[in-house]
Design a binder for this molecule. Structure first.
Ligand SMILES: Nc1nc2c(ncn2[C@@H]2O[C@H](COP(=O)(O)O[C@H]3[C@@H](O)[C@H](n4cnc5c(=O)[nH]c(N)nc54)O[C@@H]3COP(=O)(O)O)[C@@H](O)[C@H]2O)c(=O)[nH]1
Length: 630
């Protein structure tokens, strides 16, 4: 029993000691935990304080205005807000309502945005206008966010000053929609207004007039008095036209010397005609430019909505067609779009539609006209001339469809077909054993500005296997001179392909000799108008003579076109012209017939070979008396 008690006491003592140890350990751990918690709390408080300070610093330093509205009043504003509203200090803004500082035109939107936020909806950033303390208006991009601020619902407003961006936008928009010389609306704004007028007129069952105006002697002013005088003239004309119209009407400048007027007609045709008469009279009043008295007239064509067209493009096309008719009638005229013009336009629209399918339907063919060397009658080349075999209208000459192809842009795919076909045909003649010659292809201005021309020609030469020196590209003189800064680099690129280049219709396009010197061309094609008169008009002969002399001095060959008679050919030869093309030798013929001519290799020269060459490369010039050939 005593042993049991002793055992029990020992166990109790052990247990008490263990418990004490446990309690001591627990206390120690509790103390450690408490200390750690206290430390962590301290760190968290520190972090929070730091974060708040950081946030406050960010808000203070933010370049955007930051304001907090609670209970319908601003309770906080940062320094940027003070700057934005042109206040003195943040306190100036406190107490104001968001709505009070919004521009009147934006207040409804601000109210709607606040309602959305209160109902828990997200509000995207919006562009608004705010009123500054000095009463001026500022453009701002505003973001609003609902949050709890010191346990109260609040709205944080971040506003960025976008007035500089808006100013630039307005400036760019003005530049994109106005002509820089006259300040008038340009084509883009005109089309916008025209479409708007159509919508209004449709709704109100109204009509209005579109007038197309072309100044008759603008090119002359530009060429003879210079571009500055040309610009002054345009400014004066735009002011004169505007002064004849009402505020609500539009005068636009859509091209060099092309203006368009949009005027309400209200069914009173007589009034409209009187107004157009006033415009013409105002334009034709004499003016002084650079000390020269100048009188410029205009040709005016007009169309009416809704009779002549339902859309902007149709109305402009009709007015343009009428203007061309006015020009044909002798300038300084008004032409109203009428039934006759309508049937012409319809025909043109039909041709354009058919022309779109002409290549794929195989309706285009090339004819070839020989170019003959005047020394020995050999055929040195042929010019490829396009013909359209229309299924119903029969063969159409280029004059009947090239202008349509030009206007519609179809000239680019059609021209590509011509280049490809001419290369393939020339190579086929060579493979058939015919003497190698060059084939000349006409390039229109639109083709010259189309991207990918160089690559396309290179591809045609490689597909056909034609030596580049057997392809000649004819560029018209006017196209070359219109934009020489673009054309000269293009010509150089074409020359790197190894092809020949010639200037077509030479003598008609006001050549600038400075540019001509820099054109990397091989020959000049003397315009047919000189050739036609060479035997009857000594001035035409003088020009032909000068063209030949100048070309030779520049190391270029001369091809005279449209030579029809023996006398013309003889005279051209005696004046040193190198090659001649024209009905005298052959009309343009199909590929098979041309092969026969090439087979013969030479065409007979005129019998009377009075002009027989005595000096190689330069033929003797006859006396002026020989001009009137019997
Ligand atoms: N961009 C392209 N333009 C082309 C292409 N094919 C032709 N054209 C252009 O059309 C113009 C008219 O061509 P066409 O009706 O074929 O007239 C040519 C000859 O047939 C004609 N000619 C030739 N010899 C005489 C003649 O002795 N008398 C006379 N009255 N007419 C004659 O002259 C035209 C040749 O012109 P040119 O090109 O200036 O050498 C034509 O001018 C081309 O511009 C084409 O594929 N693409």
């Amino acid at each position: 029993m005593a042993a049991d008690i002793a055992l029990y006491e020992r166990r109790l003592t052990r247990e008490i000691s263990a418990r004490k140890q446990a309690e001591a350990l627990l206390e120690q751990k509790s103390l450690e935990l408490f200390a750690r918690e206290a430390q962590e709390r301290k760190l968290a408080e520190l972090a929070l304080r730091e974060s708040e300070e950081r946030y406050q610093l960010l808000v203070e330093l933010s370049p955007d205005a930051i304001l907090i509205e609670a209970g319908g009043r601003f309770i906080f504003a940062n320094a940027a807000a003070v700057r934005l509203f042109r206040a003195q200090e943040p306190a100036d803004l406190l107490g104001y309502r968001m709505l009070t500082l919004a521009a009147p035109s934006c207040r409804a939107d601000v109210e709607a945005a606040v309602r959305d936020l209160v109902q828990g909806r997200f509000c995207p950033t919006v562009e608004e206008q705010a009123v500054r303390f000095d009463g001026t208006i500022v453009d701002v991009a505003v973001t609003r966010l609902a949050f709890d601020y010191r346990n109260k619902p609040a709205i944080q407003i971040v506003a960025r000053d976008i007035s500089e961006r808006k100013r630039l936008e307005t400036q760019l928009n003005y530049l994109a929609t106005h002509d820089t010389v006259t300040g008038l609306p340009n084509r883009m704004l005109l089309m916008d207004r025209l479409r708007q007028m159509i919508m209004d007129a449709k709704r109100r069952h109204d009509q209005f007039v579109v007038s197309f105006i072309d100044l008759d002697r603008f090119k002359w002013v530009n060429d003879s008095l210079g571009h500055e005088a040309g610009d002054t003239l345009l400014k004066i004309m735009s002011r004169r036209m505007s002064s004849c119209l009402r505020e609500s009407d539009t005068v636009a400048r859509i091209g060099g010397d092309e203006f368009v007027l949009l005027t309400q007609d209200a069914g009173n045709r007589e009034q409209t005609m009187q107004m157009l008469g006033r415009v013409m009279a105002a334009v034709s009043m004499p003016l002084t430019l650079d000390g020269h008295e100048v009188a410029v007239t205009c040709s005016l064509g007009c169309s009416t909505y809704p009779d002549d067209g339902q859309d902007a493009e149709a109305l402009l096309k009709c007015a343009d067609a009428a203007m061309y008719r006015a020009k044909e009638m002798g300038r300084n005229k008004v032409q109203i779009y009428d039934m006759e013009l309508r049937s012409q336009t319809d025909k043109r629209v039909r041709l354009e539609t058919d022309l779109r399918h002409a290549v794929e339907r195989g309706e285009l063919v090339l004819h070839y006209q020989p170019q003959v060397d005047l020394q020995d009658g050999s055929i040195v080349g042929v010019e490829a001339l396009l013909r359209w075999q229309h299924p119903e209208l029969g063969s159409i000459a280029p004059a009947g469809f090239i202008p349509i192809a030009e206007d519609s842009g179809l000239i680019v795919p059609i021209g590509e077909w011509v280049i490809h076909q001419a290369c393939m045909q020339n190579k086929a003649w060579q493979q058939a054993g015919l003497p190698p010659i060059r084939v000349a292809v006409n390039l229109s201005p639109k083709q010259l500005s189309a991207p990918g021309l160089i690559d396309f020609i290179a591809q045609c030469l490689s597909t056909s296997g034609l030596d580049p020196s057997h392809l000649e590209l004819e560029l018209t003189e006017s196209a070359s001179m219109d934009d020489p800064d673009t054309i000269i680099p293009l010509m150089h690129k074409l020359k790197t392909l190894g092809v020949r280049l010639s200037i077509d219709d030479f003598g008609t396009g006001y050549s600038n000799m400075q540019y001509l010197k820099n054109f990397p061309v091989d020959s000049l094609k003397m315009d047919g108008s000189f050739v036609r008169e060479i035997t009857t008009d000594s001035r035409s002969l003088a020009i032909a003579d000068a063209i030949v002399a100048m070309a030779h001095r520049l190391g270029l060959q001369v091809v005279a076109e449209m030579a029809e008679t023996e006398d013309q050919v003889m005279l051209l030869a005696s004046h040193g012209c190198d090659h001649v093309q024209g009905y005298y030798f052959s009309r343009p013929v199909g590929a098979a017939e041309c092969a026969e001519l090439l087979h013969a290799a030479r065409l007979p020269l005129p019998e009377k070979r009075r002009w027989q060459c005595t000096v190689p490369g330069r033929l003797p010039v006859p006396s002026r008396k020989a001009v009137k050939v019997a």
